[in-house]
Design a protein around this ligand. Structure first.
Ligand code: A3P
Length: 318
């Protein structure tokens, strides 16, 4: 018999040119009209670009390194706006009335609506699908946007699908989907360039996964200054320690171990168990060993084509 994961397979649709599951439509209006607050802090990103890492950094900064406050599950304290319309578990939970489902799974938009201020919200939506009040500047929450090298993002996305979505394609197929702009939230370049074009907005900070790897202290410093917080070297060091790969991997509020166990208990995947790690590898340049030269060439062509008129952005990425 089919597993819940197989039953969660969905059809996709294009909304304002963005590749999304059809069920996104159930939330599209609520997101378009979502009431944004000026004192919200948003972390936005294409999936697998270091969102959770950035969220935990931002949380540490806004909470003055009060690590007790970050013991609560990240899905609760820093919820994912459109979770209910985009993730396979939420889709099947809503459709099949799976029992015992947390409210942030069933209606993540309502969940975000109900939080008290100052809220912390995560979204993978590209700029052109963010709530209208952000797009037209009526509300000016602080927004931190992360980017990551396309090839490493694709590798990370592939492993994530295998872990949480029960995805069955090969790595090669995943790469074809990625450069074919047929992965959720794609096209990738619409996502990155959409925020890049808004880089002069004073309430937007762009950061790069690669910079966090190279010099996390510097990124923490920039983020703190953007969020109007004084962070001296001692505090920066303490936050950097908290944000290390090993500490984050073992941190139950971040590593999704409860959620993976929950999926296993719900028999989402039938009788197979999923035991991989959300924090998988965390390095830059994984593509150098993971990609064949054919795939690498495909990516390079696709990157070149998409950045043809965006030389400034190309420089930013390097
Ligand atoms: P890999 O799959 O390449 O390991 P997101 O939160 O957007 O889903 O991004 C997940 C990616 O960020 C994963 O990449 C994960 O390992 C990496 N990551 C998360 N925290 C990290 C940290 N503290 N140091 C390095 N990489 C981290």
């Amino acid at each position: 018999s089919e597993t819940l994961s197989e039953r969660a397979r969905t059809r996709f649709t294009s909304i304002k040119g963005v590749f999304l599951p059809e069920e996104y439509k159930d939330f599209a209006d609520a997101i378009e009209n979502f009431e944004v607050r000026d004192d919200d802090v948003w972390v936005c990103s294409f999936p697998k670009t270091g969102t959770t890492w950035t969220q935990e950094m931002v949380w540490g900064v806004t909470h003055d390194n009060d690590f007790d406050s970050s013991k609560e599950d990240i899905h609760i304290r820093f919820p994912f706006l459109e979770f209910s319309g985009t993730t396979s578990f939420a889709r099947v939970a809503r459709r099949e009335k799976v029992s015992d489902v947390p409210s942030w799974v069933l209606n993540s938009v309502e969940f975000c609506n109900g939080l008290s201020s100052p809220r912390h919200i995560k979204s993978h939506l590209p700029f052109n699908l963010l709530p209208r009040q952000i797009r037209n500047g009526e509300r000016k929450p602080k927004i931190i946007y992360t980017t990551r090298n396309a090839k490493d993002t694709c590798i990370s996305y592939y492993h994530f699908f295998t872990l949480l979505e029960g995805h069955r394609s090969t790595f090669d197929q995943m790469c074809q989907l990625f450069v074919g702009d047929k992965v959720i939230y794609g096209p990738f370049w619409n996502h990155l360039l959409g925020f890049w074009e808004k880089r002069h907005m004073t309430n937007l900070l762009l950061i790069r996964f690669e910079d966090m790897k190279k010099d996390l202290h510097a990124v923490i410093k920039r983020t703190a200054s953007f969020l109007g917080k004084e962070f001296n070297n001692k505090k920066i060091q303490a936050l950097a320690d908290h944000l290390s790969f090993a500490r984050m991997r073992d941190n139950p509020s971040l590593n999704r171990s409860d959620f993976i166990e929950y999926l296993n208990n719900t028999k989402f995947y039938g009788n197979s168990k999923y035991e991989g790690h959300f924090f998988r590898d965390g390095n830059c340049g994984q593509w150098k060993t993971a990609m064949s030269s054919e795939l690498e060439e495909k990516f390079d062509e696709w990157i070149k084509k998409n950045l043809k008129d965006h030389k400034d952005f190309e420089l930013y990425l390097d």
